[in-house]
Ligand binder design. Sequence first.
Ligand SMILES: Cc1cc2nc3c(=O)[nH]c(=O)nc-3n(C[C@H](O)[C@H](O)[C@H](O)COP(=O)(O)OP(=O)(O)OC[C@H]3O[C@@H](n4cnc5c(N)ncnc54)[C@H](O)[C@@H]3O)c2cc1C
Length: 281
Amino acid sequence: MLKIKEYVKAESLAQAYELNQKQANRIIGGMLWMKMGNVKIHTAIDLSGLGLDTVEEREDEFVIGCMVTLRQLEVDDRLATLGSGILRESVKNIVGVQFRNLATVGGSLAGRFGFSDVLTALLALDTEVELYRGGRIPLAKFAAEGAGSDILVRVFVKKDDRRCVYLSHRNTKTDFPVLTIAVSSGKNGIKVAAGARPQRAILVTEDESLKEICAPDIYNGRAGKEAIEIYAAQLASKIPTGSNMRASAAYRSHLAGVLIRRGLTALNESGKEERGMKDAD
Ligand SMILES: Cc1cc2nc3c(=O)[nH]c(=O)nc-3n(C[C@H](O)[C@H](O)[C@H](O)COP(=O)(O)OP(=O)(O)OC[C@H]3O[C@@H](n4cnc5c(N)ncnc54)[C@H](O)[C@@H]3O)c2cc1C
């Protein structure tokens, strides 16, 4: 059972940060994960009064406050333009709508959960996080190192040309994923984020030998089936997997190859469509 002795609705980030320096105190997001544990908290620090529950669109990026809910990620039409709607796609299988109305982006990233759909999807985009003291750092660095006693304030996602595909495999529809894969293709090459391995999500990129040939071909929809298979196998071989009650390491590794191949095939198809449209112009 979760026990909280005191509750403070923070009036500033400085106050929240100060309170969070005590080990017995904790920042609360939607509290959905926190309430599952047997934890004693001295002071629960609530950030909900600090205006961090909005999505702002700037010329070159989106700024997502840490108290934005997963449901906001799902239904915000502006965010749907990012990476072929990858954010919407990544959260849609997380429990249910009522749950997603409460779970926050801040809690989802700060928890650095191995099974996180949100972390996997954001890694495939050009994402940074802002820590109150630590400033702006790449999400991949944050995922590896965590926030310590800092506060994750905002998430920044660059607008760019990349197209994305998000795929997850679940044993039953709303269960934790067995594997999550996000594939993105842009002018700078292909990126694959893999989560629920069952360890925390990581980012893998192609070898230089394939980058020159396959990545532009997939982006432009000119890659053949065989090339995609070789490319998918190469990327999948870079993803370390493990076993847990949901699946074995061998199954996850096989799945990684299959999901990456499907992702690359879909990106190649969308490249073809875009080329078709350009040719028709
Ligand atoms: C039953 C269940 C099923 C789930 N299934 C999935 C799933 O299939 N896929 C998936 O991706 N996720 C899943 N989740 C995770 C969920 O989506 C959220 O990521 C999780 O609940 C954390 O979000 P929260 O807002 O509830 O955070 P909280 O539980 O409030 O906080 C989580 C942690 O983050 C810290 N924290 C919160 N906000 C901040 C901040 N701004 N700065 C620093 N630290 C902060 C808290 O102190 C705490 O340690 C599941 C969770 C549950 C309970």
